[in-house]
Design a protein around this ligand. Sequence first.
Ligand SMILES: C[S@@+](CC[C@H](N)C(=O)[O-])C[C@H]1O[C@@H](n2cnc3c(N)ncnc32)[C@H](O)[C@@H]1O
Length: 252
Amino acid sequence: MQSPYDDILTYRESALPGFGGRQVEALNALSRILRENSFEELWDLGCGSGELLAGLAVRNRERRFIGIDNSRDSLKVARLRAKELLNLTYRFGSLSAVSPTRNDAVICTGNTAVHFGAHRIQQWLRQRGTHGKLPRWIFLDFHHELDFLVNSPDTFRVEACGVDDDVSLSLSGLNTVRSGRFIVRQLVLVRCNLMNISGANARVTSVRQYADPVCAYDQVLMEAGFSLAERLDYVHGYGQMEGRLWTRRNDL
Ligand SMILES: C[S@@+](CC[C@H](N)C(=O)[O-])C[C@H]1O[C@@H](n2cnc3c(N)ncnc32)[C@H](O)[C@@H]1O
């Protein structure tokens, strides 16, 4: 089955101008937070095309990194980027493929936890907890306006709009539509020639996300025996994120 991110990958840079530069800023922020904490392997759930994971693997050659994603096209790009990196591997899969040991770290960046929802994360934590296999660290982040998006009516946020060569108009944005327990977010890119608007072409990709508020994820982590170690407000390719680093209580 195709993942919507196979498609997003092909026009992400145009629809979210500056994506690449912001990923470098995100890498610097994550590097700092991870450098200060010890772990053996780091599992990246929803690693995408691997800008962040490859950067972390380059900066920490003595540790092992495993990226998991269900977008085959994103993994293709990620594997190409990591060709020379012996401490980094990628696997096609989802939450159930993440199987850390007690000394490991799990990260889920770029507002990716919303694809699984608080309930599935809770089930995963319970199952690992039962077998004494909770990781030492978990880092989750959320779009800084996630609670607003979850609680407000449908919105459209313009990411960029401009006229290129006097005649070509390009408009990109994120359309958010509420749908029961979910929000559907659409990445939109419209290009048209102002002399010929009827010939406009548009690309739209819809991604379904759980409409859980951030506190629902905090709750399941605390229930599973994690304490908040650090908060991180940082710039990410997909926007401003609020990250939280959680640590397992030692007695678990
Ligand atoms: C918003 S992107 C974030 C990518 C990367 N973590 C980053 O910070 O740049 C979300 C990623 O999660 C992946 N994803 C979404 N649902 C998934 C699922 N059920 N299983 C595995 N990966 C999933 C997508 O393919 C995509 O690469």
